[in-house]
Design a protein around this ligand. Structure first.
Ligand code: TA6
Length: 304
């Protein structure tokens, strides 16, 4: 099936009244989900979840109103898939930061209505000569999402090649918050982290993470749930994960957000990235014939 034939995709995978494949504002393929539990939208490029909210809840995943769309563009916000490396390429600075997965087309491979009223969708990255030139390994990549009162995502890497491969990856999730200056992130107390705003120095977290300026940290050996406590929205976002040994926390603050050019006015105040990753020394090595799964579940609770 032509992955760009939106009407054919909708005939094959659409679920009447719940899951619709359609053309987005810039002609790119999008999937819109609205079931009895939640809403979500997904760009086919990068299998990029752009928004999610359980019904009666403020948006949980933040998308910049100035996000750019189009072939090769990375969408500011949502859940960019960073793969098969995280951050700059380890040896070739000419290659795109965070890998190519978020910038290339993916194909829909599954759409289901589950008994609990949620929808499960599956996508597979479409390989090309260009991506093989950057990554000459046979490593099929799939992303599965379950859209309900929780959002579950699972990034699945298969190693179909004859040699072990080492993958850096992240679900680079932008969470919507009332005001970055008022939130606190729990679950990282005592973890070592690489401080990318201080020359990559290794430091140790003490207590909750709070924000008063540009923050860009890779927490190592961090497996516990993270909690984003947001008094402004009177909610706690719980981030549970498996298959991820590092957690990245990022807010660009005003100057960097302005320089990036796709944040709206003061947009940096309304987002925080908490990324479930395998980055820095925590990269994942997959043996021939093996499979690596990075799984997350996001839920929203009232702030006690
Ligand atoms: O995950 C944090 C980070 O690596 C930051 O250093 C910043 O570069 C951010 O990702 C956004 O990167 P992008 O390539 O999406 O602009």
């Amino acid at each position: 099936m032509d992955p760009n034939d939106i009407s054919a995709l909708d005939r094959r995978f659409g679920i009447a009244g719940e899951v619709v494949f359609k053309e987005g504002p810039n002609g790119q393929g999008v999937v819109e989900i609205s079931n009895g539990l939640a809403m979500a939208s997904i760009a086919l490029q990068g299998a990029h979840l752009m928004s999610w909210a359980p019904h009666q809840e403020e948006l949980v995943v933040w998308l910049s109103p100035r996000a750019k769309f189009g072939p090769g563009e990375s969408i500011r916000g949502g859940v960019p898939v960073c793969w098969p490396w995280f951050g700059p390429h380890p040896s070739d600075p000419s290659l795109p930061a965070h890998g190519f997965a978020r910038a290339v087309p993916w194909e829909a491979i599954e759409a289901q209505a589950l008994e609990d009223g949620s929808n499960r969708l599956g996508f597979r990255l479409i390989r090309s000569d260009e991506t093989y030139a950057q990554w000459p390994h046979s490593t099929p990549l799939e992303l599965y999402m379950t859209i309900g009162t929780a959002l579950e995502m699972e990034l699945v890497t298969h190693n179909d090649g004859p040699e072990p491969v080492t993958v850096g990856e992240a679900l680079h999730t932008y969470f919507q918050v009332s005001d970055i200056r008022r939130i606190a992130i729990h679950g990282l107390d005592g973890c070592s982290y690489v401080d990318k705003t201080d020359g990559g120095k290794l430091k140790q977290q003490s207590g909750a993470v709070t924000f008063a300026g540009e923050t860009d940290r890779i927490y190592l050996e961090s497996a516990a749930d993270c909690l984003i406590d947001d008094p402004g929205l009177n909610r706690r976002i719980r981030i549970a994960k498996r298959g991820s040994r590092s957690t990245v926390v990022w807010n660009p603050w005003a100057e960097k957000a302005e320089a990036l050019g796709d944040f709206d006015e003061d947009g940096y105040l309304r987002m925080v990235c908490v990324e479930s990753a395998n980055a820095a020394d925590d990269v994942a090595t997959i043996m021939p014939g093996g499979t690596h799964r990075l799984w997350v579940r996001y839920t929203v609770e009232p702030l006690r």
